[in-house]
Design a protein around this ligand. Structure first.
Ligand SMILES: Cc1ncc(COP(=O)(O)O)c(C=O)c1O
Length: 392
C-alpha cells in the first residue's frame, strides 16, 4: 500500500504556490510523478497548472474536473489522438518536441480555436544524474537542438491556429545543484532573444522540473526556492544585457511535490539467513516498486513498529521471480514474518511506474492526514487483472 501524507503534500503545494506568487513564476505539477483522481482534485484549488504526457493522464485530469486551460500536454512521441485532443481544446498548452510533430500539428490546427504551444529545447546541458533520468544533453532524444529553434519558432509563427507562447527545457531528474539550471537558462535566453525577432508572441521560458529528493535520513536535499530565486535574478540580468524584457519563468516539479509525502507499507513474509547474508522477503517488489531495479533508487526502510534490538545488515527483497533486491540496510535483528516494513519517500514514480509483473495486483493508495485516512485508489483484485484478457 502507498500511504500519502496529505499534510506533507499540502505543505509542498503551498510552498510552490507561494514561490510562484513571489517570483511571478508559472508553476505546473508534473503529473507523471503520481496522478490519481484525488490528487488531481486537490490540485484544482491551488494556483498550479498540471502537466500531462499521455491521453491517460489527461483523462484522469478531466474526470477530476481539472480545468483544461491549466493543463499542459507534454510527450516526445504524441499519438494522433493526443494531438487531436490538444487541438480540440482539451488542454491549454502543448509542448512540441520535434519538427515532425510540429508539421503534424500545423496540419491539424484550427484557426477557430488557436492552441498555445511551446518548443521543447535541448539546451545541450548534460546534468549529472542517472542516465535513465537524464533528458538534456546533445545526445538525448528530447527536444529541438538549439540550432533549430529559430527556424521552428518562425514556422509556428506563420502557422494558422498555433500561437508560440515560449520555450521549454527539462534537464532530468534528481538534480541537487543549481549550476545545470543556470547554464541551461543562459543557453535558452540566447536562443529566445534570437527567436523573438520572428515570433513576437514569445513570452516565457520553462526551465523544467528535476529538483532532487534523497530518501537517506539526514542527507542534503535540493532547495527549489534557492535555485529558482537565483534563476530569476539571472533571467533579469541576462535579459537586460540582451536588450529585451525578461521572459516569464516556468517550472514543473513532480518529485519535489509528492516524493516525501509517500510511504510504501509492506508485510514481511519471511526472514532467511542464507550464506553470509540476511534476507527479508516482503509482499511487494519489482512490480509495485520498480525504481531500485531500474536505476538504483534508494528508499530508506524502517520497521513500522520501532524495535530496540540491535541492528543487522539486511537485504530486503520482493517476491518477484527476479533477484529484486530493494535495499540493503541495517534493520532490527529480531525482524520477523508479520512485521510491517515501511519504505520512505516513495510518493514519486513508484505508484505511477508500477506494473503487474508476475500477475501481482497493484497496491492501494491511501491519503492520510489530520489524524484520519481514506483510500483513494483501491487495491487491484485478480478480477482486475483479467479485465483486458479476451480469452479469460
Ligand atoms: C518534461 C518534464 N518536466 C518535468 C518533469 C518532472 O521531473 P521531477 O519529477 O524530477 O521534478 C519530468 C520528468 O520526467 C519531465 O520529463
Amino acid at each position: 500500500m502507498l500511504a500519502l501524507d496529505a499534510d506533507v503534500l499540502d505543505r509542498k503545494l503551498e510552498m510552490f504556490a507561494s514561490l510562484g506568487a513571489e517570483l511571478d513564476l508559472d508553476v505546473a505539477y508534473a503529473g507523471k510523478a503520481l496522478l490519481v483522481g484525488a490528487l488531481a482534485k486537490r490540485l484544482i484549488g491551488t494556483s498550479l497548472s498540471l502537466d500531462v504526457c499521455s491521453l491517460g493522464e489527461l483523462v484522469v485530469a478531466e474526470r477530476a474536473g481539472f480545468p483544461a486551460a491549466r493543463i499542459v500536454m507534454h510527450g516526445c512521441g504524441k499519438s494522433d489522438e493526443e494531438l487531436s485532443a490538444a487541438v480540440a481544446g482539451r488542454v491549454g498548452r502543448l509542448v512540441i518536441d520535434h519538427r515532425t510533430e510540429l508539421e503534424r500539428l500545423v496540419e491539424l490546427a484550427s484557426q477557430a480555436r488557436p492552441l498555445e504551444v511551446f518548443l521543447r529545447v535541448n539546451s545541450g546541458i548534460e546534468a549529472h544524474t542517472h542516465a535513465y533520468v537524464r533528458t538534456g544533453g546533445e545526445d538525448s532524444k528530447f527536444g529541438f537542438a538549439l540550432g533549430d529553434v529559430v527556424a521552428a519558432s518562425a514556422r509556428v509563427a506563420q502557422a494558422r491556429g498555433l500561437r508560440l507562447g515560449g520555450l521549454h527545457s527539462h534537464l532530468g531528474s534528481q538534480l541537487f545543484d543549481e549550476q545545470p539550471y543556470r547554464a541551461s537558462l543562459l543557453a535558452m535566453l540566447e536562443v529566445y532573444a534570437e527567436a523573438r525577432a520572428g515570433a513576437t508572441s514569445l513570452g516565457e521560458v520553462i526551465v523544467g522540473g528535476g529538483f532532487g529528493v534523497d530518501s537517506r535520513p539526514g542527507s542534503p536535499q535540493s532547495d527549489p526556492r534557492a535555485i529558482v530565486t537565483s534563476l530569476a535574478a539571472l533571467n533579469r540580468e541576462r535579459s537586460s544585457e540582451l536588450g529585451m524584457p525578461p521572459p516569464r519563468l516556468g517550472i514543473e516539479p513532480g518529485r519535489a511535490i509528492v516524493a516525501e509525502a509517500g510511504t510504501s507499507l509492506y508485510r514481511v513474509l519471511a526472514v532467511k539467513d542464507q550464506g553470509s547474508r540476511r534476507f527479508v522477503i516482503i509482499d511487494g517488489g519489482l512490480g509495485d516498486n520498480p525504481r531500485p531495479a531500474l536505476y538504483g533508487a534508494y528508499h530508506h526502510p524502517r520497521l513500522a513498529a520501532g524495535r530496540s534490538s540491535a541492528e543487522r545488515q539486511t537485504t530486503v527483497c520482493g517476491r518477484s521471480c527476479e533477484n529484486d533486491e530493494l535495499v540493503t540496510a541495517p534493520l532490527p535483528s529480531d525482524i520477523a514474518a508479520g512485521d510491517v516494513l515501511a519504505f520512505l519517500t516513495t510518493g514519486a514514480y513508484t505508484f505511477s511506474m508500477a506494473s503487474n509483473y508476475n500477475r501481482f495486483p497493484r497496491p492501494a493508495l491511501v491519503f492520510a492526514g489530520g489524524g484520519s485516512h481514506r483510500a483513494v485508489v483501491r487495491r487491484e483484485s485478480n478480477e482486475d487483472l483479467m479485465r483486458t484478457d479476451l480469452h479469460a
